[in-house]
Each structure stands twice: as C-alpha cells, then as structure tokens.
Design a protein around this ligand. Sequence first.
Ligand code: MG
Length: 373
Amino acid sequence: MKTPLLFIDRDGTLIREPEDEQIDSLEKLEFVPGVITALSRLAKSRFKLIMVTNQDGLGTPSFPEEDFHPAHNKMLSILAGEGVVFDAQHIDPSFPEDNLPTRKPGTAMLTPYMNGDYALAESFVIGDRATDVQLAVNLGCRAIFLETPNRPMPEFTPEQQAALALSTPDWAEVARFLCSAERTAEVKRTTAETDIHIRVNLDGYGPTHIDTGLKFFDHMLSQLPHHAGIALLCECRGDLETDEHHTMEDVAIALGDALRQALGDKRGIGRYGFALPMDECDAFADLDLGGRIDFAWDVNFTREYVGDTPTEMYKHFFHSLACALQANLHLRAAGENNHHLIEGVFKAFARCLRQAIARNENDRSLPSSKGVL
Ligand SMILES: [Mg+2]
C-alpha cells in the first residue's frame, strides 16, 4: 500500500507569521494554537509529514541564514520533543519576482513525490494561503486551508475550490478530519427491489440518519451508531408493498459492505469483540473481523412480528450482514419479551463491533500472526 503525504506549510500554519512576514529571531517564534497536539496525533497516523515553505531571499543580506536557523531549529526541536519529526523539509529561498519553479505553488522541489511511489490522491497540502491550495492542485492532491483569525478569506479559483477538502481555523479539526477520513465508506446499491444509500464513519464523525421505511427496523439499526460509536447514514426505499424481506436483506448486504470497506487494511484494530449479557434477555455476540465468513444464530421468537418487521428476518439480516462484512458472527439470546430479544441482539452486536473496530493509535500492526487479514 502506498503512503499518503501531508505537505505542510510553515509560516502562518505551524508558527505565527509576523507583520513583516519574516521569522528571523527567537522572539518572533510563536506556535499556531493547537498545532503541536494535532501534529503529535498526525505523526502517529499513516501520513508522512513533509514541510514545504517559501522563505523569501533566505541566504541574501535581506534574510541571512544565521537569522533564520535559530528560530527554525528551536521550532523543530520543540516539535520533536512531542514526537513530531518531518520526513523532509523543502525550503525555497527565492524571491517572488524570480518566478522560479521551485517556489510554491511550483512543484520543482517535490518531483520525487510525483513518480507514482506515493498515494498522492489521498495526500493533502495544509497551508494558510491560496498558493498552498494551488500547490495541492499542481501536485494532484487535496488541500486543507488553515484560516487565520481576522484575515479575510482568499478568493479561490474553481480549480482550487474543487481541491479544497477542509477550511478551518482549528488544528484540532484538521487532525480529527485527517484521522477520521481514513475509515469511511459510502455504498449506493440499486436493484429492482431496493434503492439504498449508506455512509459509515467508524470513528463517529459525520451524519447519523436512519430511514428504511420500517419503523421497528429503524429503531433497531439506531442501536448501531449509539452503541458501536460509529456514524451511520442509512436510507432505503424498498418494495415494502411486496413485503419486508428485500429491504432488510439488502440493507444488511449494503451495511456489511460499507463496514468492510471502511475497515480498509484493518491495521491497528482489535479484530475480535465479545459482549456480556445485556438487559434481562441475556444477549451474546461474538465477532471476528478476520475475513473468514461463518454465522451461528440461537434466538427463538414466540411472535411472528414485532412492530412492522417479521421476526424471522433478523436471522437473515445478520447472516447477510456477516457475509457482506466477511466476518465470523455468532449471536445468541434467551428471554421472553421478543422486542427485548431483538434489541438485546442489536445492542450486543453493536458493543461487540465497537470493540472489534477500535483502533490502537500507537500500534498499527495487523492483529494476525499470519500477517494478513
Ligand atoms: Mg504560510
């Protein structure tokens, strides 16, 4: 798998830019609020950090090297103390009027990243100027614009606007966005029987809205975001005039597919989950996201329907979900109240899923001795 990159601007993005736009003394060194905590999180993510900065006239009498390095090195050592080390620093010393291709938004310093060895489409430029956004356009990646309080927003070209993934004054938001962007999926599935749109975010960012046309099924599905800590958008228009079967089956398939896609390479996840008895009905769920499909079900209902859904469809729902998710899922529940049995199974499954997808930010190894999941 190719590594995505974060091309990060320096002045105005990592450290505050003074009015004369030149940080040439230690007194002028001041970090942008929140940047150290955010970068410390991003340094542990799948991204490599690359600094790209224009330093007008560096090495000339207008900006001698000996004025630049003390503040620059101090900045690097403070960041390194928090685990933030840049894989490379690209500093262009030219003046704007030189019009050199090395100067942002030119890419002449960055050609080693453009040879196909890196995941540029999943990479971002983070900066506080329109030229940073243009750099993203020129590199073929996306941009995150760090807004500066009290400075007007630039007028972006349509091309820049299209490359803009996020605009915010808040570094914490940048880190949240980049870390959550890793585990999302969207599935649109249209057949003669159903029309389904599902979006999931395993880290809980994003809209949650559930509407399948079956009220009791919606009530059960809404246990998933609540108890699994995921964001779930699930809309289905199905042939309910026939019966509930296609709607419940196809939502299971699309949801399992979306969860499997969002898990990606599964690095750092817990993989297994388990649940303890819940409520008075004793519901248990065992789950393995290891990629092998199996399904076991031991839940007996005494009613044909609960709400507007047939009880027999819940075995089929979870079986279809396990197949699409490529998971090993065992569910069992015992009790008297059929509503509680179903809800108990959904809650146990959701809690189980929460543990199985939970990712250890400090350990991105695969949870398998085989080296593949
Ligand atoms: Mg800048």
